[in-house]
Design a protein around this ligand. Structure first.
Ligand code: MRU
Length: 365
């Protein structure tokens, strides 16, 4: 994605690796849209903290970060003892895995890195294979998003109003994004359309990140309060919904995504509006048999009780909004059942959610 900062346009990946410094480089997403900054995580614990504290967030982006984090941890090991090395790598894996539980991409990404490492005999060989596999995951993530764009662009017609929820854009992946990929591909084909970004409380990734991305890309858009979509749908002002996912069950077609997605899917069905989910293959969980088994992250109540923003002096500040003394619940994700979903846009085509399992070979399982 090209970003215009300080009057210059440059291509950035959300996540990258500096092999010389053994550090993971991330766009500090908590500062956006007010400040664009790239930060370096110098060891795997810092990398895990960056995932947990949402310096980096979004399924594919935390997948790539975890893959690099595992390689980073493996490369930091000193010595030749294979057994000690395996114990160390296992500890690195567990630390990164625990950082955020709902998205399956980090687990799929790290499993890929570990599989690749098995082809190495010595510690040094395994360290080299780990980094190569992490780079492969990051490249595949970007390639998958580009392919999602090729398949999804046909859904977008001139003059459409498209609703999206949270941020499944390039900031949520290594590049391009999943839900945004069809938008960017349609724009490249010369189609004119308009996007509504759900604000996406409590962390407001729609208002901050998706709106910033669309502005960078010069796509006309409006931010709407999360509760405004029903009104706009009822008035015929939304033609299509495209969202991302943090974990899609290959066996059932259930889709875990940012809290509030389920509501939008119910509303879309009520108003006869097509509802699509865009995912790379790393977002598919082929193991779980029920959406109820998906671990749903509960985040700090502070996110609901207040909000972060920038004050008049340009300083980042948290303000309490809610009644003093009241507590809050903050589930980060919900699970949308397959009968509310028109189609899943993948890098290999668009499928009905219940067709994923029948097409598992094509989908890389
Ligand atoms: O909590 P986040 O910001 O990491 O949540 C992830 C998301 O941005 C959304 O759920 C998104 O729609 C899917 S991730 C590509």
């Amino acid at each position: 994605m090209n970003v215009r900062v300080g009057g210059r346009t440059r291509h950035y990946r959300t996540v990258a690796f500096d092999a010389a410094k053994n550090s993971v480089r991330l766009i500090e997403q908590r500062l956006l849209p007010h400040e664009f900054k790239v930060v370096a995580m110098r060891d795997y614990r810092e990398t895990a903290r960056a995932i947990r504290d949402m310096i980096v967030r979004g399924a594919g982006a935390i997948g790539a970060t975890a893959a690099y984090g595992l390689a980073q941890g493996a490369r930091a090991f000193r010595g030749r003892d294979g057994r000690k090395f395996s114990t160390h790598v296992e500890a690195v894996y567990r630390t990164l895995e625990a950082a955020r539980p709902t998205a399956v991409d980090p687990v799929n990404a790290m499993d890929g890195v570990r599989r690749a490492m098995r082809n190495g005999g010595t510690v040094a060989q395994q360290q080299a294979l780990a980094l190569a596999a992490a780079e492969d995951f990051a490249d595949a993530d970007a390639a998958h998003c580009a392919a999602i764009g090729r398949h999804g662009a046909s859904l977008i017609r001139r003059g459409m109003n498209v609703l999206t929820h949270c941020n499944a854009g390039w900031l949520a992946f290594v590049d391009i994004g999943s839900a945004t990929a069809p938008l960017y591909a349609a724009q490249a084909q010369g189609k004119k359309f308009h996007v509504f970004c759900d604000e996406t409380r409590p962390r407001s990734q729609g208002a901050t990140l998706t709106a910033w991305e669309l502005a960078q890309q010069k796509i006309p858009h409006h931010i709407i309060a999360d509760n405004a979509a029903r009104h706009l749908m009822a008035r015929g002002e939304i033609d299509l919904v495209i969202v991302g996912s943090d974990r899609t069950l290959g066996r059932t077609g259930e889709v875990a995504n940012k809290i509030g997605t389920y509501t939008k899917a119910v509303l879309a069905q009520r108003h006869g509006i097509p509802f699509y989910v865009a995912i790379p293959l790393s977002t598919i969980d082929w193991k779980l048999k029920s959406g109820r088994a998906i671990p749903i992250e509960e985040r700090s109540a502070d996110e609901v009780l207040g909000a972060w923003g920038v004050n008049q002096c340009g300083r980042r500040e948290y303000v309490r909004v809610a009644n003093p003394g009241s507590d809050a619940r903050n589930p980060g994700f919900d699970v949308t059942p397959p009968d509310l979903i028109t189609g899943i846009i993948t890098p290999v085509g668009i499928f009905r959610p219940r067709q994923l399992w029948a097409n598992r070979r094509k989908l890389g399982y």
